[in-house]
Design a protein around this ligand. Structure first.
Ligand code: NAD
Length: 497
């Protein structure tokens, strides 16, 4: 299946030289010399080993970030220069886009072609969008009414200042893009960063580190520590010199990070799990809705925080829409993401594959009917795209995040019922409504408890639109102006003049 699929020479040489961690402007092994293997999920083979950071390595990285923030040219840099540097970084990503896409492919399992036009292009676009913010961070002047000192004149203003050293911890489903979602606003506002990529997917983050240095950022502005969540991630989230934590990952780990942050009142934003509904109203075009619902769940092999993993279809279209999604799923080509004709790659790991099969098995035991999929494929960590019907709204398949290509589908009869079902979840990240009735869409939007609502599309993200969750899906927002707010502190100044 994979013999004829070759990598670019620059990707091969990157993998061959045993990537190290970026601390300050030096590429280092872990002080202990410990390493961990990085695998290709399409075949389970080891691609390379990376350093496995201990607490002391994280400490070194945070110290480098602290120095960069407190003492260096970075803290004195003007907004225009921060803008130009970010733009330069985006240009370098563009130059190396094909290689970055290949790294995402071999390390995550996703299609290189899709990674080029989605993950890498969105990262470039996002950095350029954030470059624009560097020169637009504003405060305000305020006329105050302070009762003391009646004869005084006051000049009062509000400043926004960079929050400081940012500890960023990300998941494996969009390794480069999630890193850029943290890095962009941090570099636009003048923060410094220590990034801990996911255990499974450190490669594009290390390449990003190379590009940050090449762009000309001062030493320590961006540091990358590779290692496990329980050691390196925990050390970063408890570090007293970190001023802000920004996390993308599971709700379970997000709660740990939130608690660690509260101990020291470290600023924190959390982008967590989801169980997002796709809602097909009675007036929708069932073909359009079926194609949209299939993409909503199967894109990135279902490993998308806002994947449309719960499908609610008006009863009159239910059988048709489910049947069409099953046909789309059955026709999908699974395989190695280096093959441009492949439509779905493997899941990230054997553990994730077993977890997903565990849910499918549980569904069977609980009486669900499998409309398609439910099986393994190939030697890698593949799960065939799966649709389950006859599932209980209160059961685990509908309430828990599976994080794989598994859709649960249920019929409904009226709008009030589907709003109640859609909101009957601990999560609230995204939702899509499929309809040709503008007024029905507008009336539903305020009733849906989620951070994003899409109409006749799903997971439609843009750098200018804030993204984040209601309920257990998180705290704070990424992207848009909201991101700048989360990377700055507000300082009120009152001058008696
Ligand atoms: P995860 O929570 O297991 O791991 C995420 C990161 O946290 C990794 O870097 C990991 O090493 C680190 N980590 C693990 N334990 C830690 C600890 N005790 N202390 C500090 N760090 C620790 O999540 P995952 O399995 O990598 O990713 C899947 C999850 O991410 C899903 O729930 C998905 O919905 C979520 N996600 C959310 C968004 C969003 O924007 N809302 C985006 C992508 C993924």
């Amino acid at each position: 299946m994979q013999a004829s699929l070759s990598l670019l020479p620059q990707t091969v040489s990157f993998l061959a030289r045993k990537p190290k961690m970026l601390i300050g402007d030096r590429w280092l092994d872990a002080a202990s010399g410990a390493t961990m293997p990085v695998r290709n999920p399409a075949n389970g083979e080891v691609l390379c080993d990376v350093p496995m950071a201990a607490e002391s390595d994280v400490d070194l990285a945070v110290s480098a970030a602290r120095r960069a923030f407190d003492d260096s040219a970075w803290s004195r840099m003007r907004p225009r220069e921060r803008q130009n540097l970010l733009w330069r970084l985006a240009d370098l990503l563009e130059r190396d886009a094909d290689m970055l896409a290949e790294l995402e492919c071999v390390n995550n399992g996703k299609s290189a072609q899709v990674a080029r036009v989605m993950d890498v292009q969105l990262s470039i676009d996002f950095l350029r969008y954030m470059a624009g913010w560097a020169t637009k961070i504003e405060g305000s002047t305020v006329d105050v009414s302070i009762p003391l000192m009646p004869d005084s004149h006051f000049h009062s203003f509000v400043r926004r200042e960079a929050v400081g050293v940012v500890g960023a911890i990300v998941a494996w489903n969009f390794p480069l893009l999630l890193a850029c979602w943290k890095l962009g606003p941090a570099l636009a506002t003048g923060c410094s960063v220590v990034l801990k990529p996911a255990d499974e997917t450190p490669l594009s983050a290390l390449k990003l580190g190379e590009l940050v240095l090449e762009a000309g950022y001062p030493a320590g502005v961006f540091n990358v520590v590779t290692g496990t969540g329980v050691t390196a991630g925990a050390a970063l989230s408890h570090h007293p010199e970190v001023d802000k934590l920004t996390f993308t990952g599971s709700t379970e780990v997000g709660k740990l990070i939130g608690k660690a942050a509260m101990e020291s009142m470290t600023r924190v934003t959390l982008e967590l799990g989801g169980k997002s509904p796709t809602i097909v109203l009675d007036d929708a075009d069932p073909h359009v809705a079926a194609a949209g619902a299939a993409t909503a769940i199967f894109f990135n092999h279902g490993q998308v925080c806002c994947a449309g993993s719960r499908l609610y279809v008006h009863r009159k279209h239910f059988d048709n829409v489910v049947g069409e999604i099953a046909s789309i799923a059955n026709a999908m080509k699974l395989g190695n993401g280096l093959d441009p004709s492949v439509q779905m790659g493997p899941l990230i790991s054997a553990k994730q594959q077993q977890r997903v099969f565990g849910y499918i098995e549980r569904g069977r035991e609980l009486g669900a009917h499998i409309a398609c999929g439910g099986e393994q494929f190939g030697p890698g960590y593949f799960v065939k795209p799966t649709v389950l019907v006859d599932v209980a709204q209160k059961g685990p398949l509908v309430q828990e995040e599976i994080f794989g290509p598994v859709l649960v589908a249920m019929p409904f009869d009226d709008i009030d019922e589907v709003v109640r079902l859609a909101n009957d979840s601990r999560y609230g990240l995204g939702a899509s409504i499929w309809t040709n009735n503008l007024s029905a869409a507008h009336r539903m939007i305020p009733r849906i408890k989620s951070g994003s609502v899409w109409v006749n599309c799903h997971s439609a993200l843009d750098p200018a639109m804030p993204f984040g969750g209601y309920k257990l899906s998180g705290v704070g927002r990424e992207m848009g102006a909201a991101a700048i707010e989360h990377y700055t502190e507000v300082k009120s100044v009152v001058m008696n003049i």
